[in-house]
Design a protein around this ligand. Structure first.
Ligand code: ZN
Length: 178
């Protein structure tokens, strides 16, 4: 079994610990459950994924803590729920994509990258950040970027971005198709 999969026995353990920390079923209990889960995710998938989990769980906790306003109907509530669900998952998706880009960049470290336009050598400019607009909202990701060494050529390439299927344009392929 995967180490972060929550089967009933670790789940009970997490709740018991949280119960002790939070002093029973109080607002502190939810916070303690959340930090216990984040610690477990962090051990298996790193700090960035744990932070993403906390950011998403905080959105969910905020949504759960606020009832409908008097003037809100089911249509408004469902619309808000869809928007919130995107905010919950967005940081986790971002962390997953970043982890994959990190692994791909690490694997290809030192490999020569030919220019996509003129096939001459390129030079790494290090890991550059950029943002894509996705179905879930903006995704900010870092990936290695190399630019052509030929003065008359303005091309550049980010191989891990290409392998992962992130386009050169500002929209992810999924958002583009909607
Ligand atoms: Zn070139």
């Amino acid at each position: 079994m995967h180490s972060t999969e929550i089967c009933s026995s670790p789940w009970i353990e997490i709740c018991e610990k949280a119960f002790d920390i939070g002093g029973g079923f109080s607002p502190g209990f939810a916070e303690a459950v959340c930090s216990q889960l984040a610690a477990q995710i962090g051990r298996a998938h790193g700090e960035a994924m744990a932070d993403a989990f906390v950011a998403g769980a905080t959105e969910l906790a905020h949504f759960a803590a606020h009832g409908l306003e008097d003037n809100e109907d089911a249509i408004d509530a469902e619309r808000e729920a869809v928007a919130v669900s995107r905010r919950i998952v967005r940081p986790v998706l971002e962390a997953k994509l970043q982890a994959r880009l990190d692994a791909l960049d690490e694997q290809a470290k030192g490999d020569p990258v030919p220019c996509p336009k003129c096939a001459e050598a390129t030079e790494s400019e290090g890991r550059r950040s950029r943002t894509w607009k996705s179905v879930l909202g903006p995704l900010s990701l870092k990936r290695r970027y190399s630019s052509c060494t030929q003065p008359e050529c303005d091309a550049g390439i980010a191989p891990s971005q290409r392998i992962l299927g992130l386009p050169d344009g500002e929209y992810t392929a999924r958002l583009e198709s909607e």
